[in-house]
Design a binder for this molecule. Structure first.
Ligand SMILES: [Zn+2]
Length: 426
């Protein structure tokens, strides 16, 4: 036992010395990544300056063309996966190479950003030597360019030869086109051994082994109506009291469960209710002296596993069914993005990054809090193969005009990604 401790102690100590536990080949890869860093950042600037809001289909495709050209230079075959016009999404970029060495990798990025063309354009700007601002700088053009730079550093030393790598950059991560838009993504991922996703990193210290899934629900309530003086007697309780009962019971019964959240985002009730899904707008009318015959609530539901999702839905249905007299409520659930459930297979991948990070002298890498993250593309394939996310660029303010990328950590994240891909495909 003591001996083990001593060994572990010296291992971690040696990790503090930069590059101590890296092979000669690995050191060469790092040197190349450092050398090409200026051109990597120039390319990042170029792609950030192409607006690619999800609904700017031409911008998403242009961004895809720029990135495809880089993959071609590295010996990848590229193709554009088109989608039916009815989905209103640009499609996806796929870059592949086939070989027999090491693990078959599936690398995930996305070409789109939340910044549609209608918003004021915010070009790539260097704020100081460690920060640059710009739309999608960290979410996630920074991650896309990081993948390209890491592969470039490996390619320079012939280390991509005979590897099997599929790079999949979706065109609609920020506003998904529905299940049809992820079919090809899932099919290709299932032919690989493991998936690495390069969404924004929590710096160098954490990676994502679990992400919550998201889904939505609609609660509709009908009740008898008439003069308000007859509420609590022959007219029962009305739709609005029933809505209040149900929501309050949801909160009391399920509100403290770890990783589970459900947010009623919209509620309307009265004599008449209209809801328009496209604009997410509702209209209602009602009078204080009329018992409300109708109410509508729309909410989301976030969960860490399918089991948690199903269990929450069952308990919510149960609550809904215990109607107050002369009211009738129904709840419907709609699937969104599945959860990436924390698992041993994801944890084993984290250990590979952890060891690598120590070998690079960057210290340990832990799992981030799954509750703190939204859903992402990796979640669509997490049930099929070992997955890791949060390997991309770090920064702040994603989805806001204050989005920045951390340029101090960026070169190290690129270097770490290059060696991670190398170790997994060796
Ligand atoms: Zn993203």
């Amino acid at each position: 036992m003591l001996k083990l401790y001593v060994t572990a102690f010296f291992l971690s100590l040696s990790g503090l010395v930069s590059g101590q536990s890296l092979s000669a080949v690995e050191k060469k890869v790092l040197a190349t990544a450092r050398q090409i860093q200026p051109e990597t950042e120039q390319f990042l600037e170029k792609v950030v300056n192409v607006n690619s809001g999800t609904l700017n289909l031409e911008g998403v495709r242009e961004n895809g063309r720029l990135m495809a050209a880089e993959f071609e230079k590295l010996g990848f075959k590229t193709e554009w996966v088109p989608l039916p016009d009815s989905l209103g999404r640009a499609g996806h970029l796929v870059a592949t190479r086939q070989g027999n060495r090491g693990k078959k990798l599936f690398l995930i990025g996305h070409l789109d950003t939340v910044f549609e063309k209608s918003l004021p354009f915010d070009p790539f700007t260097r704020v100081n030597d460690s920060t640059a601002a710009g739309q999608g700088a960290n979410d996630m053009k920074g991650g896309d360019v990081l993948i390209i730079a890491a592969l470039k550093a490996l390619h320079a030393h012939g280390l991509l030869d005979d590897t099997s790598i599929t790079v999949y950059f979706t065109g609609d991560e920020e506003s998904g086109g529905g299940p049809e838009s992820r079919r090809d993504f899932i099919e290709r991922a299932r032919k690989c051994d493991l998936a690495l996703a390069f969404e924004g990193a929590q710096g160098l210290t954490h990676v994502t082994t679990g992400r919550r899934g998201s889904s939505s629900w609609t609660l509709k309530i009908a009740s008898r109506t008439g003069h308000s003086s007859r509420i609590f007697s022959d007219l029962g309780y009305g739709a609005i009291f029933e809505a209040a009962r149900i929501l309050n019971e949801f909160r009391r019964a399920l509100g403290q469960e770890k990783y589970l959240t459900f947010n009623p985002g919209l509620i309307v009730g009265g004599s008449d209710v209209r809801y328009d899904a496209a604009s997410a707008k509702a209209e209602t009318s009602g009078k204080t002296n009329i018992v409300a015959p109708v109410a509508l609530v729309k909410g989301d539901l976030r969960f860490i596993s399918e089991a948690q999702k199903e269990s929450a839905r069952a308990r919510m249905r149960e609550i809904v069914e215990k109607s107050l007299p002369l009211t009738k409520a129904t709840i419907t659930f709609e699937d969104g993005i599945p959860a990436m459930e924390p698992s041993d297979k994801n944890e084993n991948l984290r250990k590979v990054v952890d060891q690598l990070s120590r070998d690079m002298g960057l210290g340990p890498v832990l799992s981030g809090d799954p509750g703190a993250r939204g859903a992402g593309d990796v979640s669509f394939v997490a049930q099929y193969l070992p997955c890791l996310d949060g390997l991309g660029a770090s920064g702040r303010g994603a989805h806001s005009i204050e989005e920045t990328i951390n340029l101090k950590e960026y070169p190290l994240l690129i270097q770490r990604a290059a060696l991670l891909i190398y170790r997994l495909t060796k």
